[in-house]
Design a protein around this ligand. Structure first.
Ligand SMILES: *[C@@H]1O[C@H](CO)[C@@H](O)[C@H](O)[C@H]1NC(C)=O
Ligand SMILES: *[C@@H]1O[C@H](CO)[C@@H](O)[C@H](O)[C@H]1NC(C)=O
Length: 458
């Protein structure tokens, strides 16, 4: 450790220019306190006093309802598991009972009642119930009481979103497979629906709505099941329309960078963050999150999305920055010990990787990879570990820097990627100069991932 350099960094802010951590879209994101990939699929967000709460679906065991999870973060990057807001009850046939569909939970706060109100899609496995469910809580990620489900104004309702306007009025965005997509105003207590604000005889699944300047933007996807498509948006200066024709916002043919919109988060006063799910239909718990800065302009009423391998966000300033290419260190070039060795991997860089990391857990075959990496600054940064995990279940590895405390990092399955490597994001403290990154087995054993590269931001 180099405490002197660390202290001088804190004393000299300009020397810590790379303090921002990166969002790596599509990577495995390990929660800070579970050692597991974040399970908040089809999520919504709510911010309170500078803390962001990510509320989404647990999908570890597939499509059927397991839990609505809440995670918190102050930087949108390091997520701490807080609570399960709703869990499976043992009552057969009940909305939250066994073998049910509970999707796309969204929470807004009612400033008059002080209540947090969650709306979600409630369904049977054949999707014939097509209802919305409502739950309420006294604190954002505390205990929630499930209230009821119904068809809003009698209409079928599958994918939903929620929108709270500046004046406190709130709206359900709902897709009706017999009609199209509607904006339905909620009652003043947010517990029920009041009236239809606008309807499209056009299907925009997974609707998400934000206002930038005087313009409302609604985003949605086409109907292609778990497969991604070119998502679309429409704009208006009033929620009751007229709305423009739906058009794509990501490069046509990119299938929205292989994702489906789940939420659009306002950033500062005039920007926004696109949040999409990259569903892995055969292994839903391995689905990742495609979060990207959205180029959005409330004056020209336009939105467009570009790809960044990594990017950072300054929530206080309401700005974002593209990530650097970084320096890639090859796993196989590290010091391999304890049984770790170079393996062939046709789609890895150089067609080889470091394999046999971790192992039995009894001290034998505890494969270790150690890499010496350079850092220009003393800073907390996000490493991108490019890896392979051919299992269906996640693999895990311990990662430490300069013999500091190790963190458990998850690596979800890459078996659906046809041999291509996946990414996992690891947030670490580097010192200026040379750092030793050690990747080894977790307590309890089991093989870690095959490590192709460790990318260190510049
Ligand atoms: C729709 O419902 C809201 C909330 O109850 C109410 O304030 C509004 O006046 C209603 N709009 C129409 C057109 O009925
Ligand atoms: C790895 O690839 C090399 C070069 O093609 C080959 O000689 C070697 O036998 C391979 N090793 C294994 C374990 O397949």
């Amino acid at each position: 450790m180099h405490p002197y350099i660390r202290i001088s960094c804190f004393g000299l802010i300009a020397g810590c220019a790379r303090a921002a951590l990166d969002i790596i879209p599509g990577a495995t994101w390990t929660a800070t306190n579970t050692g597991q990939h974040v399970q908040a699929h089809g999520a919504g967000l709510i911010e309170e006093d500078g803390t962001y709460y990510l509320i989404g679906e647990e999908k570890t065991n597939g499509a059927l309802f397991q839990a609505v999870n809440c995670y918190s973060s102050t930087n949108l990057i390091e997520w701490t598991f807080v609570n399960q807001l709703l869990t499976v009850t043992d009552e057969e046939g009940a909305d939250l009972g066994p073998n049910r569909i509970v999707e796309r939970p969204k929470i807004i706060k009612n400033d008059n009642t002080g209540q947090y109100v969650m709306w979600m899609h409630i369904d049977s496995t054949d999707y014939r119930d097509a209802r919305v469910g409502v739950a309420t809580g006294d604190s954002v990620c505390g205990e929630y009481v499930y209230q009821e489900s119904f068809r809003p104004l009698g209409f079928q309702s599958r994918d939903i979103g929620l929108f709270k306007d500046d004046d406190g009025s709130a709206y359900l965005l709902t897709e009706d497979r017999e009609y199209g997509t509607r904006i339905i105003q909620l009652t003043d207590d947010y517990l029920d629906v009041a009236n239809v604000t606008f309807g499209w005889e056009y299907f925009a699944e997974s609707p998400a709505l934000i206002k930038r300047g005087e313009t409302y933007f609604i985003f949605g996807s086409h109907l292609t099941g778990w497969s991604p498509n070119d998502n679309i948006y429409s704009t208006a200066t009033s929620l009751s329309g007229p709305w423009t024709d739906w058009i794509e916002f990501a490069p046509v043919g990119s299938n929205t960078f292989t994702s489906q919109v789940n939420y659009v988060l306002p950033l500062g006063t005039d920007k926004a963050i696109y949040m999409g799910d990259r569903w892995v239909s055969t292994n839903l718990g391995a689905s990742t999150y495609i979060w990207l800065p959205l180029e959005i302009d409330g004056t020209t009423a336009t939105a467009s999305l570009e790809w960044y391998d990594s990017w950072s966000v300054d929530l206080a300033a309401g700005t974002w920055t593209a990530g650097s290419d970084g320096t890639a260190y090859e796993g196989e070039d590290g010091e391999l010990s304890g049984g770790a060795r170079t393996i062939n991997c046709s789609r890895c860089s150089g067609a080889v990787a470091a394999g046999y990391i971790g192992g039995s857990g009894d001290g034998e075959n505890e494969g270790v990879v150690e890499l010496e990496v350079d850092s220009a600054d003393t800073a907390r940064v996000t490493l991108n570990i490019k890896y392979l995990n051919g299992d269906t279940s996640p693999r895990y590895a311990a990662v430490s820097v300069n013999d500091g405390e190790a963190q458990t990092v998850a690596f979800v399955s890459t078996s659906h990627l046809g041999g291509s490597v996946g990414s996992t994001a690891v947030h670490v403290d580097l010192v200026q100069g040379v750092n030793t990154i050690r990747i080894f087995g977790v307590e309890g054993g089991g093989w870690g991932p095959d490590v192709d590269q460790v990318v260190v931001p510049l």
